[in-house]
Design a protein around this ligand. Structure first.
Ligand SMILES: N[C@@H](CCC(=O)N[C@@H](CS)C(=O)NCC(=O)O)C(=O)O
Length: 194
């Protein structure tokens, strides 16, 4: 049994999308920033870092977007969320997700100009490719999308500032798993910190 603790619009949106992509049954546990759900002792007993996403696999805890995405891609290979049997392409997916977690995720906190610089790097890295790695949709695309989705409003990019990431965003927004996740999360309501 899979259980996902998520807060609408937060980092947990990426595994939430992946769960819909793989079509696995799961229990969703919505968490509220306003109610300080992530600070409650019962949740801290599960994840002492007090963060979402947190996933339970038959009661065992798995944290971190990249770790959860990797698990879902490996456990449900029919969904094709990792390059099949190509070690180098798989390593490129891990490389993208490491870059996303270590450079893109904290970028906004370091100021808008810094965030712009990091997205310019990501835009260059993506280039004219439809997807992050090897011309095929993967978990790296889900991870990249969630960060850009989150920061798009505050970055307020001029048309053409990040043309490749913007085209990627449009491709992602057309995916049924993304639409379904946004529908569910927006219905619960976004309470993202500024
Ligand atoms: N490195 C973590 C970051 C997760 C994270 O920062 N989660 C935030 C929401 S986006 C959180 O749960 N914050 C809890 C809080 O601010 O109380 C990952 O990749 O999963």
């Amino acid at each position: 049994m899979l259980t996902l603790y998520f807060a609408p619009g937060a980092s947990s949106m990426a595994p939430h999308i992946a769960l819909h992509e793989v079509g696995a049954p799961f229990e969703g546990k919505p968490m509220s920033f306003k109610k300080k759900d992530m600070r409650q002792p019962a949740f801290l007993a599960i994840n002492p870092e007090g963060k979402v996403p947190t996933m339970l696999i038959d009661g065992r805890v798995l944290t971190e977007v990249a770790g959860i995405l990797f698990y879902l891609a490996k456990r449900f290979p029919a969904a094709g969320l990792l390059p099949d049997g190509d070690i180098e392409a798989e390593a490129q997916v891990v490389s993208w997700m490491s870059f996303i977690a270590s450079s893109i995720h904290p970028a906004r906190r370091q100021g808008l100009e810094h965030a712009r610089m990091i997205y310019a790097l990501a835009d260059k890295r993506l280039g004219k490719n439809d997807w992050a790695v090897g011309g095929r949709y993967s978990i790296a695309d889900i991870h990249l999308f969630r960060l850009y989705w989150r920061f798009r409003n505050s970055l307020n990019p001029a048309p053409g500032e990040f043309p490749n990431i913007e085209a990627h965003y449009t491709r992602m927004m057309a995916r049924p798993a993304v639409k379904k996740t946004i529908e569910i999360e927006s219905k619960i309501g976004y309470e993202l910190p500024a």
